[in-house]
Design a protein around this ligand. Structure first.
Ligand code: BTN
Length: 252
């Protein structure tokens, strides 16, 4: 892959014309012992998966759909920021291309308030150590239109920028930017990813709702702390830090 400028991320690329889901293929590769940083890509997914059991679909050739196999060798508690590092890598890539992306904590990337990238991270553990993580990244690149009412919440780089873009270049650039952020995180220094997520935070100051002990609650989103947790402030004055999960804009 001539566009790649990494040491280990994407050095082993497995491209399939069509798969059910690159996350599934990457998990199978992970179980058979593929090297750290292996990337599975495809032109088309027949059963693309999203977070919270949702599906992710796009027409052949329109989206970046790739899954990275990571072997950090660390305890499971170190995993949530790794997903945010994926979002940060996508966001700075889009920024360098002239877009104005925002990161919706923990791991969506938006342009004009609409989702352009989603990330699905899955983890396989051995005792108290991560065996491997599969981080699946989907970026709407050359999607010409979304059906209603999806068009109100989703967008593509083509719709935002008015021209088609090279998916392989974007994928390579995301991997180029991901590697140093990920390495810095594992070394415990360089929380550069946090600076990116804070600078481009879409939720900060906004009213949000999320599930807490089975009920939906409303709060105001605050800062992202040193561990990548989102601070939320409740109307009564109390605060809490969310480790991961899904939050929605607006009150209940
Ligand atoms: C979400 O926002 O709900 C996450 C969407 C993740 C989609 C990507 S596309 C590549 C990888 N393979 C999948 O089946 N899902 C992820």
């Amino acid at each position: 892959v001539p566009l790649l400028d990494t040491d280990f991320i994407g050095r082993n690329v497995i491209n399939h014309h069509e798969v059910e889901s690159t996350n599934l293929t990457a998990k199978a590769e992970g179980r058979s012992g593929c090297v750290d940083g292996t990337v599975v890509t495809t032109e088309h997914q027949t059963g693309g998966r999203g977070r919270s059991g949702r599906s992710w679909s796009s027409s052949p050739g329109e989206a970046v759909q790739m899954s990275i196999v990571l072997r950090p060798g660390t305890p499971p508690a170190t995993a949530p920021p790794i997903t945010q590092i994926g979002a940060a890598a996508v966001a700075v890539t889009l920024e360098a291309m002239g877009f104005a992306p925002k990161v919706k904590w923990p791991n969506d990337v938006l342009i004009s308030g609409k989702k352009v990238c989603g990330i699905l991270t899955e983890m396989t553990c051995e005792l108290d150590r991560i065996d491997f993580i599969v981080m699946g990244i989907g970026i709407n690149v050359n999607v010409k239109a979304f059906p209603k009412p999806v068009d109100e919440v989703a967008t593509s780089l083509l719709l935002e920028g008015g021209r088609s873009l090279d998916r392989r270049k974007i994928a390579a650039e995301v991997l180029n930017r991901f590697e140093p952020l990920y390495r810095g995180y594992l070394k415990g220094n360089g929380k550069t990813y946090l600076e990116i997520c804070r600078r481009l935070s879409w939720l900060e100051g906004k009213e949000i709702s999320f599930e807490k002990d089975g009920i939906t609650v409303t709060a105001t989103a605050g800062d992202i702390d040193e561990e990548g947790r989102l601070e939320v402030h409740f109307p009564g004055g109390s605060s809490e830090k969310l480790l991961s999960g899904e939050v929605h804009l607006g009150s209940v």
